[in-house]
Design a protein around this ligand. Structure first.
Ligand SMILES: [Zn+2]
Ligand SMILES: [Zn+2]
Length: 750
């Protein structure tokens, strides 16, 4: 193998050829790039990016105005992570293999001085970041080992959707390539050929051909026939559909299709008759159930929701005769085993709906124990430990274990393979939350949590350093605590009254003689009874309304200003405003906003956990004559999407409708998943119990493509409220436990 720069190649590099073509042409020559060539290609990629900045790589530089509001919060919202830490599962050997797999060279990535989505695959429009290719490749390799699944916990904004679609595409290509090798041996290398030569049909695939002595063969990346089942919350179905379209897979080249099986999705398109037989498992002579030979199941991605699965997937594939129970589950021991040829099951937003015994849990469990070979599982979540720490990740671990017959042979997973061990972890987590774990046990538990994460999860952040640079370019996030003291003594009275009521009802919940709530109450229990106290801490004037009036249904039916200022709540607005330091602080934030990249007045996102607070914020905007919209759990999906898009881009406006400058929403609806980067600032009206919830909320505005030089997150807290102070303190405790875990993962930190 020659390593010097040939005259011919130097000419090639100097010619005005797109960098990708240079990469491919040199690759075709089957020799290593020289360092000079690598450098030339990297510089050219940087120059190309300079000329045509993509959406994902928008020019930064617009300077966000300093509002002079709030105290900077020193601790970050997420755990600090360094380079090469265990959860990133990053190593240069795997990266090199990943690049060879797609006929490229990892050294180009190493030479780039800033993050670029430069990696192209023939027949695919979107270009990829190295870390995206890396993960798709890692999933491909690992699912062929003893652990048949993974929790993909990459931070929001890194493009988990893209990573997973790429992984599905890789699987598709493996099947297509191998079938071509079998069907047309004369067009591929045979045993007699020079092992260093290139496959004569290499141009047909963007991955290396099986017939070559290369990655596919070295790692035994066997093709797996079977379809992809994608579980997505219904509000994200349109997002997945859009991401699939944006990926731009040329259907003339690759017959890979995404079908949406959901009754109420506007983008629903079901698998047609042409694929139905391909998707059904058949019993072979050996007795094993597999897809029929030459099945095209690998061409199919079915996106659905757990709720739609029984009717719109199971029954749809004519399995209805076996569906006997009302909820669509199958009778007998098969449960939800559907007899369909799933090779992989992807579950998006896996922090939702799996921590308890739900229909989703039952479906996944059945699929993990299905006849024939169980599918591989990929769980996607930016926050695998959202509510109850590691306990939330355990159902996912159990499903992966069930789908992995030889999990006991996996070095890292072995000790988590038994149900009893996982149950112990669950119990210990509960004790930790009740603060009944002594120091030594806490330390030991942190080590266990760290080991479990490393065994099942991949997690990178935008700030992760790989190949000498962060993964993406996002502006830094600045956090502010804004303390909003009650404007007058009499506004403190309702807060104190409601909170003493909370304490009383908590005390009553414990029979006399037990240890009592003061030592063992969990935060969850407190939050359940403290809902009213938390609303009143934000707007004390709401104390005059009976609790049942402050629900979302009641606000919409009775209190809301359908026509501008005529609502019943609005009649009290001045009084509510004057008693609420938080609304006054919000008003001054709005007053001080500067201009954005386009020179327009800055946009703003305001979130609260409580619909009635959102309503108060909207009344404030109405009073200040600022266009606003608010989105809550009752806003229908299409409308939510439309409002967000109107806010983001100003398109999709209805006649006589104005683009909202302030977007208001409840945390459960706008706090996850959506991109609200039009605003560089986010105001959270009250502290959350969970640091992870605040981190998720902040990520709505702090994303790839943010155009400001920084983003600001304001958390409003009323120091007169014991509950709010407790929430803030509880977050600090969570941070400390997180730090403890971090020390095990990343070594000592100050
Ligand atoms: Zn070949
Ligand atoms: Zn077979």
């Amino acid at each position: 193998m020659s390593n010097d720069v040939g005259e011919e190649d130097q000419v090639l590099v100097r010619k005005v050829t797109p960098a990708r073509d240079v990469v491919l042409q040199i690759w075709q020559g089957r020799r290593l790039f020289s360092d000079a060539e690598i450098d030339t290609v990297a510089r050219r990629l940087e120059a190309e990016a300079e000329r045509a900045p993509s959406d994902a790589d928008a020019a930064t530089g617009f300077r966000l105005k300093d509002l002079q509001i709030g105290d900077p919060r020193p601790e970050p919202l997420w755990d600090a992570q360094g380079s090469n830490n265990a959860l990133e599962h990053f190593d240069e050997t795997t990266q090199e293999l990943a690049f060879r797999f797609i006929k490229s060279d990892a050294r180009i990535e190493q030479k780039l001085r800033r993050p670029l989505a430069w990696i192209q695959l023939d027949g695919v429009r979107r270009t990829f970041y190295a870390y995206q290719v890396y993960l798709a490749f890692l999933m491909l390799v690992e699912e062929r080992g003893s652990r048949r699944g993974m929790i993909v916990a990459d931070e929001q904004g890194l493009g988990k959707t893209t990573e997973v679609l790429l992984y599905i595409l890789f699987n598709y290509l493996l099947v297509e390539n191998r079938r071509h090798c079998n069907a047309h041996p004369q067009r591929h290398l045979g045993p007699a050929d020079d092992p260093n030569s290139r496959c004569p049909s290499a141009h047909l695939w963007p991955i290396v051909c099986w017939c070559e002595q290369n990655v596919t063969r070295e790692l035994s990346l066997s093709p797996r026939s079977g379809a992809t089942l994608l579980f997505v919350p219904k509000n994200l179905l349109p997002t997945w559909k859009a991401e699939w379209t944006a990926l731009g897979v040329q259907t003339s080249k690759y017959a890979l299709h995404l079908f949406v099986h959901h009754s109420r999705s506007p983008s629903s398109r079901y698998v047609g008759g042409e694929y139905r037989a391909d998707l059904c498992l058949v019993q072979h002579d050996t007795g094993a159930w597999c897809p029929r030979d030459a099945s095209r199941a690998h061409s199919v991605i079915v996106a659905t929701t757990p709720g739609s699965y029984p009717r719109h997937v199971l029954s749809y594939f004519r399995r209805s005769r076996r569906v006997s129970q009302a909820d669509g589950s199958l009778s007998g021991s098969t449960g939800y085993d559907d007899g369909l040829a799933w090779a992989r099951v992807i579950y998006d937003e896996a922090h939702r709906g799996l921590s308890e015994e739900t229909i989703a849990t039952a479906i996944l469990r059945s699929l993990s124990q299905k006849q024939g070979e169980p599918p591989n599982f990929a769980f996607l979540t930016g926050t695998p430990e959202l509510r109850n720490g590691i306990a939330d990740a355990l159902p996912l671990v159990e499903i992966i274990n069930a789908a992995s017959p030889s999990i006991g042979r996996h070095d890292l997973c072995r000790k988590f393979a038994s149900h009893a061990n996982l149950q112990t972890i669950r119990n210990t987590q509960r004790k930790l939350q009740r603060r009944s774990l002594d120091r030594d046990k806490r330390t030991a538990f942190a080590a266990t949590v760290a080991a479990l994460r490393v065994a099942y999860m991949v997690k990178r952040t935008q700030e992760s350093i790989q190949n000498g640079k962060p993964l993406t370019q996002v502006p830094p996030l600045e956090l502010f605590d804004v303390w909003c003291t009650s404007p007058s003594r009499h506004t403190k009275i309702p807060i104190a009254e409601v909170e003493s009521h909370v304490k009383k009802s908590l005390l009553n919940a414990w029979p006399p003689g037990t240890s009592g709530p003061t030592t063992s109450i969990t935060m969850e229990e407190l939050l359940r009874v403290a809902v009213r106290a938390r609303m009143i801490a934000t707007v004390p004037g709401l104390a005059r309304f009976p609790p049942e009036k402050l629900t979302i249904e009641c606000i919409k039916k009775e209190l809301r200003h359908r026509r501008g200022r005529s609502g019943r709540l609005y009649k009290h607005f001045v009084e509510l405003y004057e008693g609420s330091a938080k609304l006054q602080v919000l008003a001054s934030i709005i007053d001080r906003l500067g201009t954005d990249a386009e020179g327009e007045p800055e946009h703003l996102v305001v979130l609260s956990e409580f619909p009635v607070i959102c309503e108060c914020v909207q009344m404030l905007c109405l009073e200040k004559d600022i266009k606003s919209r608010w989105v809550d759990s009752t806003t229908d999906l299409a409308e939510r999407g439309r409002i967000v898009e109107t806010f983001q881009t100003g398109t999709k406006l209805r006649p006589r409708e104005h683009r909202p400058r302030v977007l208001i929403g409840t945390v459960d609806v706008l706090g996850f998943g959506v991109t609200l980067g039009k605003s560089a600032r986010l105001v959270l009206m009250e502290p959350s119990h969970h640091r992870a919830v605040e981190a998720q909320a902040a990520k709505r505005v702090n994303r790839i493509g943010s155009r400001s030089d920084r983003c600001c997150f304001y958390r409003l807290t009323n120091p007169d409220s014991a509950v709010e102070k407790l929430l803030v303190a509880s977050q600090d405790r969570q941070a400390r436990f997180g730090d403890l875990v971090s020390r095990f993962l990343y070594g000592a930190q100050p």
